[in-house]
Design a protein around this ligand. Structure first.
Ligand code: PHE
Length: 341
């Protein structure tokens, strides 16, 4: 009996096999228990000899089972540790995080730089009336500038004779809206989306401009030049010279197109060095008719305005040759320029 059970216990594969053996050997109807029950039928001499032997066997089996059980538990734990082993020195699994779109980054940066110079942000609707987009800016109905702007018109139903709305072609209408609402003096920028029916490497039907407007008693072109040079130097992180070229806009007089200093060596544009120039914005002194259209007295107030392409200066900063790529939502492109997830 002893050899049989000690052998079986040693070979038991798992805890439930051990439990079966325990019942078989020392359970109520187990072989050892039954043998113990036989003691009553024995003579006192026989019992004296067999009793302790059976008791010892029972103890031996009990502790053999306990030892085997502990062994099985250890083995199971070892196995689990092996399976679930974790090397905490391995680099973690990284997750790809989305980033702010480059145009939005530039938009925010532009806003911050002008805010540091005391400009606050103004907004206006992207769907504008003829009046705010053109007439109030001294662009009457017959003016060639209307045709040049490739305007998107929102068509009305037959019989609706109200003047058409347009998708604003520039951020300049925000000048009018702001002066109308807040009067002078003022110092604002108005970043936003604008629309023109145009599509090639440097034009998309939707693009972004930032308008600047500063009105006070004695604001001059000199203030404009300082503000712009300060802005470009902060934005490009290097001293940037500007060149003002006489130009014409219906809403400014005098008007200037502004170029920034750059070099074009090896097909890449570098801002702030070399002796080439790149046009980046239109500007001028706000036309008296424009002030008057916004109910600001041109005999008391004067100031400058400018309109700059946000996408244009983003392309320059990041060396991006094709504007359209900004709006393709191609993750490979975004990653290539360090923006993508
Ligand atoms: N609104 C002009 C444009 O979109 C830019 C501009 C703004 C020029 C303000 C002068 C003053 O082309």
């Amino acid at each position: 009996l002893r050899d049989k059970y000690l052998g079986l216990i040693a070979d038991a594969a798992d805890e439930s096999a051990l439990e079966d053996l325990r019942v078989q050997a020392i359970g109520k109807k187990g072989e050892v228990s039954l043998a113990m029950r036989e003691l009553g039928k024995m003579t006192p001499e026989e019992r004296k000899e067999a009793g302790p032997r059976l008791n010892a066997l029972k103890d031996e089996i009990t502790s053999a089972i306990a030892a085997k059980k502990a062994g099985l538990e250890d083995a199971a734990l070892d196995e689990r540790l092996r399976a679930e082993w974790l090397d905490v020195t391995l680099p973690g699994r990284t997750r790809r995080m989305g980033t702010i779109h480059p145009i939005s980054q530039v938009w925010e940066e532009v806003t911050t730089i002008f805010a540091d110079m005391g400009f606050s942000v103004a907004e206006g609707p992207q769907i504008e009336t003829d009046w705010y987009n053109f007439d109030a800016l001294n662009i009457p109905g017959h003016h060639p500038a209307r045709a040049e702007m490739d305007t998107f018109y929102m068509h009305r139903k037959d019989g609706d004779n109200r003047p058409p709305h347009v998708l604003r072609t520039h951020t300049s209408p925000v000048q009018i809206r702001h002066m109308e609402a807040h009067g002078a003096p003022c110092r604002i920028i108005a970043p936003g989306r604008v629309y023109r029916a145009d599509y090639d490497q440097t034009h998309t039907p939707m693009f972004h401009q930032v308008e600047g407007l500063a009105i006070d008693k004695d604001i001059s072109m000199a203030n404009l030049k300082w503000v712009l040079e300060e802005f470009f130097t902060a934005y490009f992180g290097t001293t940037v010279k500007t060149r003002f070229r006489a130009s014409h806009f219906p809403f400014t007089e005098p008007s200037a197109e502004v170029d920034i200093q750059c070099s074009f060596e090896g097909g890449t544009v570098k801002v702030g060095e070399g002796d080439d120039w790149l046009e980046v914005l239109g500007s001028g002194m706000v036309h008296p008719k424009v002030l008057a259209a916004a109910s600001v007295d041109p005999d008391q107030w004067q100031g400058f305005a400018f309109g700059m392409g946000i996408d244009r200066i983003a392309m320059l900063k990041y060396g991006i040759p094709d504007l359209r790529a900004f709006f393709d939502a191609d993750l490979r492109w975004l990653r290539h320029y360090g923006f993508g997830p």
